[in-house]
Design a protein around this ligand. Structure first.
Ligand code: ATP
Length: 136
């Protein structure tokens, strides 16, 4: 069967650069799956779970915000940050959720930058926690 070449890249590192069978990613318009031979496709990526399957093995990552480019046999995911499920620090994510919730409670309804930053931080940390808990 045809393979897909998957790259997951952040400004800090290349997390994945290998052939896989299938990719499922959190797109801006919902989760999308990619198999070899997919049509050309571009999508924003939102905080959530990225997973890929090779044979009977599935790997799971938390990703934050970025972009995906899909061509026939290639998926490139460029995101601000990504962690393998097994490298997620659960307590750190919990602390980030707590901090963000405190800020949101304080600033609820306000339109300032801190409010939006707290909302974004909450989404990143919630995604990390979900991915970590799924494998843990
Ligand atoms: P925090 O407030 O805990 O720093 P954050 O959402 O602001 O979280 P990011 O700016 O998205 O963090 O990421 C900064 C770096 O820290 C990235 O390299 C990211 O992979 C890593 N990182 C953030 N949170 C975690 C976590 N819970 N476990 C492991 N790595 C993390």
């Amino acid at each position: 069967m045809d393979k897909l070449f998957l790259e997951v890249v952040t400004p800090e590192r290349v997390l994945v650069s290998e052939e896989v069978d299938m990719v499922v990613a959190p797109g801006i318009e919902g989760e999308f799956g990619v198999l070899p031979g997919h049509v050309l496709f571009l999508s924003g990526i939102v905080p959530g779970e990225l997973r890929y399957t090779t044979g009977s093995e599935t790997e799971s990552f938390a990703v934050t915000t970025g972009f995906a480019e899909v061509s026939q046999n290639r998926v490139s995911i460029l995101v601000d940050a990504a962690e393998r499920a097994t490298e997620i620090d659960v307590e750190r994510a919990q602390r980030a959720i707590q901090r963000a919730q405190e800020r949101l409670a304080r600033d609820r309804g306000s339109k300032d930058v801190d409010f939006h930053r707290a909302e974004a931080a909450l989404k990143r940390a919630t995604a990390r926690l979900k991915v970590a808990q799924k494998v843990g």
